[in-house]
Every structure is written in structure tokens, then in C-alpha cells.
Design a protein around this ligand. Structure first.
Ligand SMILES: [Zn+2]
Ligand SMILES: [Zn+2]
Length: 175
């Protein structure tokens, strides 16, 4: 009988879907809720493939835990993208993936108020406010300090420098 690992590997396509490493996209059908569906060797009816894949490549799933897709691609069965978590954690993660209509400060997350960064979506209004009240004053202080420093350097460095240029011992002919 075909091993579970071989069964899975023969039915995936490795595709970059934007996660750290490529996804293993299941090539057969999907379950009603969109997960990879297959007929695990030795079983009678088809079912979702992420649990069998975790069990085949990682190990047994501890009692009561469910499998979370770190890559958020439901048809992916890459064991590196699957993590056993409590169902509470899974629900929280799912919720945080759903676009919020308002940021934590109550600004509406309309399309032109959303900034996309490596850490996810952020509120542009809050970002600008942070830049204005925290980042820019700090930067401004740095610039002023650098300017003061340059001025002090110039003041202390000018005197000896001016002295040496104005004196020529060879009678005035410079190379
Ligand atoms: Zn994946
Ligand atoms: Zn905001």
C-alpha cells in the first residue's frame, strides 16, 4: 500500500504563495469549507488532508489540538506551514486575519487609510500621527544635535587651520 507521505507528495504542486517558503498546493478536490481533500490510504471516505499531512510528516497531533495554517492557504498541506494549536488560539488567529473595519483608535479602515507593511495592515492615520508626534521630534532633535556638534567642531578647528594656510615659507610660490 502506498505510504501516506508518498500519497501526499504525488498529489501536490509546490507553489510560492507569498509565505516564507513555498506552499504544497493540493491538486485534488477541496472540502466544503475549502481545505485540501483526499482519500488517505487505508481509510474508507475522503477527508481534509492537513491533519493527515501533519501526522505523516511531523507526528501525532496532541489530543484536543487543531491544525492551523501559518501560510493562510487552506489547500496547502506543507507540514512546515501546519501548526498544532488549541482551538481557542486558532479562532483568535482566524479573527485577526479578517480585515477589521476600524483600527484600535477608532479610525475607519477604508482602502486609502490602510498601509501594508511586512507586519500586516496598519492604520495610515495612526501611522502619520506616530510619525508626527514621536518619530519626527526625535529625528529633529538628532538633526539639531548634529548641527550643534558640527558648529562646535568648526569653531574649534578654524583657528589653527587658518593659521597654517596663510603662512608660506617659500616666498609665496605655491605648487
Ligand atoms: Zn502553505
Ligand atoms: Zn487609526
Amino acid at each position: 500500500m502506498e505510504s501516506l507521505r508518498a500519497y501526499i507528495i504525488a498529489r501536490i504542486a509546490v507553489e510560492d504563495r507569498g509565505y516564507d517558503t513555498p506552499c504544497w498546493i493540493w491538486q485534488l478536490s477541496a472540502t466544503a469549507d475549502g481545505y485540501a481533500q483526499g482519500l488517505v490510504p487505508g481509510r474508507k471516505s475522503p477527508g481534509a488532508m492537513h491533519r493527515p499531512s501533519y501526522e505523516a510528516f511531523v507526528g501525532p497531533i496532541p489530543d484536543g489540538l487543531c491544525i492551523d495554517h501559518l501560510c493562510r492557504v487552506k489547500t496547502c498541506v506543507n507540514p512546515d506551514h501546519l501548526e498544532a494549536v488549541t482551538s481557542r488560539e486558532n479562532t483568535l488567529r482566524g479573527l485577526s486575519a479578517i480585515p477589521h473595519s476600524h483600527c484600535r483608535n477608532g479610525h475607519e479602515m477604508t482602502e486609502d487609510n490602510i498601509l501594508f507593511s511586512s507586519s500586516g495592515r496598519r492604520c495610515r492615520t495612526c501611522y502619520n500621527e506616530y510619525q508626527r508626534t514621536v518619530v519626527w521630534p526625535r529625528k529633529r532633535e538628532e538633526i539639531l544635535r548634529a548641527r550643534r556638534h558640527r558648529r562646535a567642531m568648526r569653531a574649534s578647528g578654524n583657528q589653527p587651520f587658518a593659521g597654517t594656510v596663510s603662512v608660506h615659507s617659500d616666498g609665496g610660490t605655491n605648487p
